[in-house]
Design a protein. Sequence first.
Length: 242
Amino acid sequence: MAFDKLDKSALPQHIAIIMDGNGRWAKKRGLPRTAGHYKGADNVRNIAHYCYDTGIKVLTLYAFSTENWKRPKAEVDALFKLFKEKLQDYRALMGNRDCVVRFIGDKAPISEDIRESMLSIEEYSSQFAHTGYTFNFAINYGSRDEIVKSVKEIATLCREGKLNIEDIDEKTVSDHLYTCGLPDPDLMIRPSGEQRISNFLLWQSAYTEFYYSDVLWPDFTPKMLEKAIIEYQKRNRRFGGV
Ligand code: IPE
Ligand code: IPE
Ligand code: MG
């Protein structure tokens, strides 16, 4: 049915995904939660390749929230160990697909070796800025924390006399978020059956379309992502107009 096919001329520019459900994926199989995290991490490549090859300009994946530190230390340690292993992959992650990689979130509490690898990948990939493709990986990301960061930076500029309070507008706030310079997400996807935002892109998702799936992240395929995009293409976005 023509209506159910992807319309390449009306793609969302920016897709954000909350990679949730790894723990339940493992539990269902009698495996430790970490096994679910490994399986979930393997899925990043499939989804990232699908997005790039389809022409989605910006993909933002939520990997670790500022609240996830509340988990047992063993799980947090396992997540960062996995992240460190996968980091070796990120340079090659996109294969010959040239895109900017940004790690969004507060890097300060992350161990120095991982932080340095993150910075080096960001620096290496910055040469691909001209392509317009960006892959954001949200690690130690919290939207409230990000907004506080923006407020502090703006307040500092005002204190230093570099910015007038009267000149602060929505763009000023956006420009001091981790996502500065990028379009807001058009489509936000949360697999795993939960229907909440869990402190992800609060400012940026003011007019984002939401799509929920009961499938757990490790089982979420590019085909399912395509189904979500087709559903998105049927929506009527009004942005407050008529
Ligand atoms: C998402 O999967 C990964 C992280 C939050 C790091 P979960 O670990 O939250 O999986 P569930 O929600 O417990 O199934
Ligand atoms: C959100 O998932 C964070 C990530 C997927 C990285 P959580 O599993 O931490 O969210 P809650 O606690 O169920 O809201
Ligand atoms: Mg979860």
